[in-house]
Design a protein around this ligand. Structure first.
Ligand code: B16
Ligand code: MG
Length: 223
């Protein structure tokens, strides 16, 4: 029996990837590192500092900066990102998400957020959906980021449910890996090949296919 659904945020509830892209691109270019959309894809679900380290490695600049300078670079990126976030509105919620949240509420199924983003609470506020969530895990409160299962396990623990009673919804490979390591049923939103390879139990093309009755049906017939 499913008692909770734990959602990723970026790429599942709304499209912040484009905003991350703009802010990282400006930061990378300011320190003479090329940054394109393809590389941006590899940062999905990855924490801010880990993303910066990947960008610096990509630009052969990992040894150029002290830890303090890296903190400053990450801060600068986040300041620009926060300005872009302020334009988010309820219309920016992905199709099907609000309907799914409504159905879960009607069925008394708990709702959690397991996002790597420290801006998660602000994003939910801009989208005006904070009230749906029974728990929002602070990514700083867990030892390791995705692909470690920690953030999904913490969400289950806070909701007082067992991992086996949870469904996790993710768009990143790191996120799917985290859900599976947590012992939960994984719904992947994205390309069939990539999501299947990451270990998703059910793959949806996009969130308009996140129809609770259908997802639950697929879960019940999972072997
Ligand atoms: P912030 P998710 C992740 O969110 C994003 O996919 C990833 O690109 C970002 O670097 C990370 O959050 C940290 O975000 O800089 O706002 O703390 O997909 O786990 O919801
Ligand atoms: Mg995501």
């Amino acid at each position: 029996m499913i008692k909770a659904v734990i959602f990723d945020l970026d790429g599942v509830i709304t499209d912040t990837a484009e905003l991350h892209f703009q802010a990282w691109k400006n930061l990378a270019n300011s320190i003479s590192i090329d940054f394109d959309k393809e590389f941006n894809e590899t940062l999905k679900g990855i924490s801010r500092m880990d993303s910066l380290n990947r960008i610096l490695r990509h630009g052969d600049a990992i040894d150029k900066y002290t830890e303090e300078e890296k903190e400053e670079l990450a801060f600068k990126k986040n300041e620009e990102y926060k300005q872009l976030l302020a334009y988010l509105k309820p219309e920016n919620i992905y199709p099907g998400i609000r309907e799914c949240l409504d159905t879960l509420k009607e069925r008394n199924i708990k709702i959690g957020l397991a996002s790597a983003s420290k801006n998660g609470p602000a994003i939910l506020n801009y989208l005006q959906i904070t009230n749906y969530f029974d728990t929002i895990v602070n990514p700083d409160s867990v030892p390791s980021g995705k692909p470690a299962p920690d953030i999904f396990l913490k969400a289950a623990e806070t909701l007082c449910v067992k991992p086996i009673e949870c469904i996790g919804v993710e768009d990143s490979e790191a996120g799917i890996e985290a859900i599976k390591k947590a012992g939960m049923y994984a719904v992947g939103v994205g390309t069939m090949e990539i999501m299947k390879q990451a270990g998703a139990d059910l793959v949806l093309k996009d969130t308009s296919e996140l129809i609770w009755n259908e997802v639950y049906e697929a879960y019940c017939h999972n072997d």
